[in-house]
Design a binder for this molecule. Structure first.
Ligand code: NAD
Length: 503
């Protein structure tokens, strides 16, 4: 049994919680009925934030503002170079406020502060990448249609985009969507998770300061049913960009189908890391621990299934267990912490429920397994489960906690079957020194990303998204701005009309 954690209270605990207003049409406003949402730090237990709580009236006002900004405002009409300059300024301002933003995300989500800093740094890079893409957006021309015809295919911004984000990477995920929508010339209504809205409100202020005109970006805190749902069904919204659970993603897609909106869906994952005997086992063991326990396992890309060759299973898992014992669980604001707090007590109970279910279905707890006692906040010890088989609940469902399920294989065919035996298809990893093995797995796995002899790296240049029920569409990459555009075909005819119909 690990010693109880001693969590110390940060300065924020002795001052009033920060209050955030909604951002609608460039103004900070309260909700009409005065409702507020409250957020406590899951790592410390004190109240960090109050947000004005939006409802249907605020959704209407925000969508109308975004629609006006799109129909009559300067944003979609200005030169791409001007939009790019504003996005670059925003990136600089995010960089200047990196420490504040990281601290808000760490306090509201329970993630470790050092990791939060890296995420905000990554977000800065994405804003700069989106700015560079703004200037490369172009259509096509066809001068091969005969002398009288010139075909031009324009890329026009799609219109008002509803952006809905989850709690696990609050600032990073909005930064995977909004800068590309803005680069294309769209306007947006953004709804962060009701548990982690603060950093998105800070982003709203940064965008106004950078020169994004009023109404182009509107930000609403609120619950999914009250705010997310009307943002999806509103007739003036042309596209929904959603990141969250597969369950809510399906509901969102069904709601968007009424008005045939474009949807982009980044959903859950049940990702496998496959380890072969000829791999660099030291590196693979470290990646197994990283994959399982990074962000306390509250990560769509978590390598929650460790699929190990039988021949090395005992020794390899011994190394994984020894490394896991060295993972520092604790205060999210401590620079040395690797695994912070769980997002909520309900979620913690759900995760421990999965561990209990695994034990009752024949799995065994090899390491960890329970809640870590502490004087404040809610923490779980990183847990490794052995003797997990493909059809056990813990092997099939997204646990979203620091729980690593170990499965074994004796042939590449079986490894691939296990990896693919899930409704999800977000990502996978393969560890081997053999190019043949790596290529066979990389080609055979049904997922949007495959890491070969590495795990969970990300670059704005590389598209990201899921196969199967992990999503629809891709984010990032060179086509990320195009996703927020419509194609318009224009046919220019010159000279006397050809192909008279009646004559
Ligand atoms: P969630 O689906 O519960 O909520 C996501 C967002 O949807 C929140 O803002 C929520 O308020 C909103 N929402 C809830 N009901 C809604 C409705 N009826 N209509 C519109 N919006 C609604 O997800 P979560 O618990 O916040 O996040 C965890 C999930 O997100 C996990 O499944 C994880 O795998 C997934 N995720 C995926 C990626 C990816 O890139 N694929 C990245 C991060 C998280």
């Amino acid at each position: 049994m690990n010693a109880p954690l001693k969590i110390s209270m940060p300065a924020e605990a002795s001052v009033a919680p920060k209050a955030y207003k909604l951002l609608i049409d460039g103004k900070h406003v309260d909700a009409r009925d005065g409702r507020m949402l409250e957020r406590k730090s899951p790592g410390h237990g004190f109240m960090v934030s109050h947000y004005a709580q939006a409802g249907a009236a605020e959704v209407e006002a925000a969508v109308q503002a975004a629609h006006r900004a799109f129909e009559t405002g300067p944003w979609p009409r200005m030169q791409a170079s001007e939009r790019a300059a504003i996005l670059l300024k925003a990136a600089d301002l995010i960089e200047i406020r990196l420490e504040d933003i990281a601290r808000l995300d760490a306090l509201e989500s329970g993630k470790p502060i050092a990791q939060a800093r890296a995420e905000i740094g990554g977000a800065v890079d994405i804003w700069r990448y989106a700015a560079s893409l703004a200037r490369t957006l172009h259509g096509e021309s066809y001068a091969n249609l005969g002398d009288a015809m010139l075909g031009i295919v324009l890329r026009e911004p799609i219109g008002v985009v509803s952006i809905i984000t989850p709690w696990n990477f609050p600032f990073l995920i909005v930064s995977q969507k909004l800068p590309f929508a803005l680069a294309a010339g769209c306007t947006a209504v953004v709804k962060p998770s009701e548990m982690t809205s603060a950093s998105t409100f800070v982003l709203g202020d940064i965008l106004l300061e950078a020169g994004v005109p009023a109404g182009v970006v509107n930000i609403l805190a609120g619950l999914g049913a009250d705010v997310g749902a009307p943002m999806v069904s509103h007739p003036l919204v042309e596209m929904v960009s959603f990141t969250g659970s597969t369950r809510v993603g399906k509901m969102t897609m069904a709601a968007a189908s009424n008005s045939l909106k474009r949807v982009s869906m980044e959903l859950g994952g049940k990702n496998g890391q496959i380890v072969f005997p000829d791999a660099d086992l030291k590196a693979a063991a470290d990646a197994a621990v990283f994959g399982g326990f990074f962000n306390a396992g509250e990560c769509c890309n978590a390598g929650s299934r460790l699929i190990v060759h039988e021949a090395i299973a005992d020794d390899f898992l011994g190394a994984v267990k020894a490394l896991t014992a060295r993972v520092t669980v604790g205060d999210p604001l401590d620079d040395l912490t690797k695994v912070g707090a769980m997002i909520s007590s309900d979620h913690l109970a759900k995760v421990t429920g999965y561990v209990a279910a695994a034990a009752s279905e024949g799995g065994s707890i090899y390491s960890g397994g329970g809640q870590r006692p502490s004087n404040a906040g809610q923490y779980l010890d990183p847990t490794i489960l052995r003797n997990v088989t493909e059809n056990m609940t813990v092997a099939r469902e997204e646990v979203f906690g620091p729980v690593l399920s170990v499965l074994t294989f004796e042939s590449i065919e079986k490894a691939l079957r296990i990896a693919n035996n899930t409704p999800y298809g977000l990502s996978a990893g393969v560890w081997s020194a053999s190019i043949d093995t790596c290529m066979s797995v990389a080609r055979g796995v049904r997922s949007g990303t495959v890491w070969v002899n590495t795990f969970m790296e990300g670059y704005p240049e590389l598209p990201f998204g899921g196969y199967k029920q992990s999503g629809l569409g891709r984010e990032l990459g060179k086509r990320a701005v195009e996703d927020y555009t419509e194609e318009k075909t224009i046919q220019f005819h010159r000279g006397q009309r050809t192909g008279w119909w009646v004559g």
